[in-house]
Design a protein around this ligand. Structure first.
Ligand SMILES: Nc1ncnc2c1ncn2[C@@H]1O[C@H](COP(=O)(O)OP(=O)(O)OP(=O)(O)O)[C@@H](O)[C@H]1O
Ligand SMILES: [Mg+2]
Length: 499
């Protein structure tokens, strides 16, 4: 391999196959010191696999990796870390029972006196310093499992930074962060760049890529497509390189007419979550809900779906007042919910794609008390086709799918239950542009078929592009109900921000 002084990391002809699926095929990378190098590609393109190989979590079938001109034999995570490669994972890998500080220093505990003797006081101090610097107010003694997803993500970032890595890999680091936290992260990235740290950045959010990336490498279906200076590649060309086909208008035109009322919420209140929320959603209508992290959007969705109980207020479904006391009841009433927490309520990792897909519609897939395996397989094939789920087949374990493809399965599960109201909480988190386009088309199609839809989204272009009306929450209070025609990003943010 020819090595070049400018490059801190060089990868040549990397190949990796999983049970018949070629996840990576002859992939290349040249990473400069102090640059942010975006790695782009659709769901399942091989980005995470590539990064896991760099950080020692997966072993490649063939290929060469060299760091500062020296060929690496990265066999373990620890060796990768020792040689200066650190990774922030797409899925949080923390140990739930350990404290924040223990998680940050996991695997390289600071010891004094006796080797192996964990010095909690010292790691607490250091963790506190680190998190303070990041502008995060997180109790370092709290158990990881008691943190919100956003807080856990901040801890992951702190952990990676504390390794003093020369190469820092960020695999969708902002997926659960609020605007403010994203700001903090971007400042940190700037500082790290100044110090000469090279950052490999993976995100499906185009705006982030435009803001951060110096260089962009594109993968498609495990193949290396090319590497480009970010300022020479406009967003349209980038999207076309990623998906390998022309996509022009990301948001399909509204074609549906609002019909009868499906859901009416009156003065719904749940303490410490939201208060006095009132709105309606009709057949064929898409109602967007905007707001900052913690505004009460997910809490509202959970209450409608019967996961939490509101203290006061009323819920009407098709004109009938209902107390929704459990998700099972919500599903029977015709309500479907795609949670923002894929791992929690979203899917069961141990199960196959097929069994995950049919989880919410078992009665429709059974003859009496027996599951009709044939019908189940047919439904699974249908969803795999319609949602373009990239998989070896319906019997593959969902845990083996790429993040975005897992999300598609979760949406498919809700669709199979044929609901009359669907609540989608951050439906395209971690989903690539091509698949986003498919999902937007699908949501519009569902609306055209008369389904009432609620979309919760932190991505403002998505919220505006998709919704017919937009409800804005701020700290649990309803601050606006906007028509599509009058809604702009600035306006939504103004109503979403505390005064
Ligand atoms: N442990 C595994 N076993 C089997 N197949 C796997 C495994 N890990 C990944 N794959 C497959 O390898 C391919 C690449 O997956 P990878 O997670 O690298 O994609 P990605 O580009 O990170 O996608 P996303 O944007 O959705 O996160 C996919 O087809 C995926 O299903
Ligand atoms: Mg990934």
């Amino acid at each position: 391999m020819t090595s070049n002084q400018d490059y801190i990391l060089q990868v040549r002809n990397l190949t990796k196959t999983f049970a018949g699926i070629k996840a990576l095929n002859d992939v290349q990378l040249d990473l400069r010191k102090g640059e942010v190098h975006a790695l782009m590609g659709e769901n399942g393109a091989g980005k995470s696999t590539f990064m896991k190989i760099l950080s020692g979590l997966e072993t490649p079938d063939s290929g060469e990796i060299s760091l500062s001109g020296t060929l690496l034999a990265n066999k373990t995570v620890r060796e990768a870390q020792r040689s200066g490669i650190s990774m922030i994972h797409q899925e949080i890998l923390a140990v739930p029972e350990l404290t924040v500080a223990q998680n940050i220093f996991l695997g390289r505990e600071l010891t004094h006196w006796l080797p192996g003797w964990l010095d909690n006081r010292s790691i607490n101090q250091q963790a506190e310093k680190l998190l303070n610097h990041m502008g995060a107010t997180i109790n370092v003694r709290a158990k990881m499992k008691n943190l919100s997803v956003a807080e856990q993500q901040m801890v992951e970032i702190a952990k990676a930074i504390s390794n003093n890595a020369q190469v820092l890999i960020m695999d969708e680091p902002t997926s659960a962060l609020s605007y403010k936290e994203v700001d903090v992260l971007f400042k940190l990235i700037d500082e790290l760049k100044q110090k000469g740290v090279a950052i490999i950045y993976i995100s499906h959010k185009m705006e982030e890529i435009r803001q951060l990336a110096d260089t962009i490498t594109v993968l498609r279906d495990g193949n290396y497509i090319g590497t480009y200076p970010a300022n020479e590649l406009d967003t349209h060309s980038l999207i076309n390189l990623m998906v390998g086909r022309e996509i022009n208008n990301l948001f399909p035109e509204a074609s549906s007419q609002a019909g009868r009322e499906v859901l009416r919420i009156e003065n719904l209140t749940r303490q410490d979550a939201f208060s006095n929320i009132s709105f309606t959603v009709h057949e064929g209508e898409i109602l967007g809900i905007g707001g900052l992290m913690g505004a009460g959007r997910t809490e509202l969705a959970r209450a409608i779906f019967g996961l939490d109980r509101p203290e006061s207020g009323e819920i009407y479904v098709k004109g009938q007042r209902i107390d929704i006391t459990s998700p099972q009841q919500a599903i029977r009433t015709g309500i479907g919910y795609v949670s923002d927490d894929r791992k929690g309520w979203g899917f069961i990792p141990e199960l196959s794609i097929k069994h995950n897909l049919t989880l919410a519609s078992l009665p429709a897939h059974a003859n009496g008390t027996f599951i009709d395996a044939k019908r189940e397989t047919e439904s699974a094939h249908k969803m795999i086709r319609e949602l373009r789920i990239k998989t070896a087949g319906p019997d593959q374990k969902i845990a083996q799918l790429s993040g975005g493809n897992q999300q598609k399965v979760v949406i498919g599960k809700v669709l199979l239950a044929s609901p009359s109201l669907i609540i989608l909480d951050e439906p395209t988190r971690g989903i690539d542009v091509g698949a986003k386009f498919e999902i937007y088309k699908l949501i519009r199609q569902l609306a055209a078929d008369g389904v009432a839809i609620i979309v919760i989204s932190s991505e403002l272009p998505e919220l505006i592009g998709l919704s017919d009306r937009i409800l804005v929450l701020e700290k649990g209070k309803q601050t606006a109900l906007l028509d599509k025609a009058e809604a702009s990003q600035e306006m939504i943010l103004r109503y979403a921000m505390p005064n």
